[in-house]
Design a protein around this ligand. Structure first.
Ligand code: 8IG
Length: 275
């Protein structure tokens, strides 16, 4: 059994726990202020090695509010990285997914912790299914906007937050200046953990979606609430159900991620170098 997570107490203040988590990170790293944060999803982990020099690596579970990793391929560590620019990056290799059923507070805790640690830029990456047929597995796509089909929100009470330009046009332009061939798409977050039916993928396409996944949208909302500038990138590891002719497998997803990892990680490192 794991120790109780403080976020599971409905009376707890999630922002206070994020502040405690940030204080713990400062204590573990000796770094009082991180300038940006990256959540590295399936296929993106190598980027952590390419953006700069890792000075500290520790299990996320040492930090208040973080959960044990749920899944192979989802690392469970946090790192502090010194960038060549002199900036500091917090690399989050531990993601809690909405489908785990622990509630949205836990899902967005890493983002709130990054904000409490001083980060003003949040880079969210994931592995996802592609709806456009020309996106072969291994294609990176910039997230231009999202459709949140989880029926959940990280915002509690009458908290009205504007989501126009949630995925920063400035940062997308910067990414394009590094790789003009990068495509953009609207990310559709489903609850999962099952993949979509072909009919659900057709629905996502009809309502304006281009990429389907199980993360990121809720995290991006929390990042915006915290006043951060968001860059979102998906690695298309598979064509979404019914777009590709064969059934989806988690192994296929991991393999596509492994194959594309060096290329997309180098791309992300170049983008981070320009921030
Ligand atoms: I990797 O096809 C990956 N994650 N919802 N659908 C959803 N999430 C995904 C998919 C996919 N591929």
């Amino acid at each position: 059994m794991h120790a109780a997570n403080p976020l599971d107490d409905p009376a707890a203040d999630p922002f206070a726990i994020a502040a405690e988590a940030a204080a713990k990170i400062a204590e573990l790293t000796g770094v009082a202020h991180h300038d940006l944060a990256l959540t590295l999803g399936s296929g993106w982990a190598r980027a952590a090695d390419l953006i700069g020099e890792t000075t500290h690596t520790f299990p996320a579970t040492e930090v208040p509010g973080f959960s044990a990793p749920a899944l192979e391929g989802h690392g469970g560590t946090l790192r502090s990285v010194a960038l060549p620019s002199g900036k500091r990056a917090l690399v989050i290799g531990a993601r809690t997914h909405f489908y785990e059923g622990h509630g949205v507070r836990r899902v967005v805790h890493s983002v709130r912790t990054a904000a409490a640690a001083g980060a003003t830029t949040m880079i969210l990456t994931n592995g996802a299914g592609g709806i456009k047929e020309h996106w072969t597995p291994g294609t990176p796509v910039l997230i231009s906007d999202h459709i949140n089909l989880t029926a959940a929100s990280p915002l509690e009470g009458a908290t009205f937050v504007d989501l126009t330009d949630l995925y920063s046009k400035r940062l997308r332009d910067l990414a394009h200046s590094i790789d003009p061939s990068l495509d953009e798409g609207v990310y559709v977050q489903f609850r999962g953990p099952h993949y979509e039916t072909p009919a659900e993928v057709q629905m996502a396409k009809t309502i304006g979606g281009h990429i389907v996944g199980m993360s990121t949208a809720l995290e991006a909302i929390a990042a915006r609430q915290a006043g951060m500038e968001v860059l979102g990138m998906s690695l298309v590891t598979n064509l979404a159900a019914g777009i590709q002719q064969t059934p989806l497998s988690h192994e296929e997803v991991l393999e596509a991620g492994r194959a594309a990892e060096p290329v997309i990680s180098a791309l992300l490192a170049k983008i981070v170098g320009e921030l």
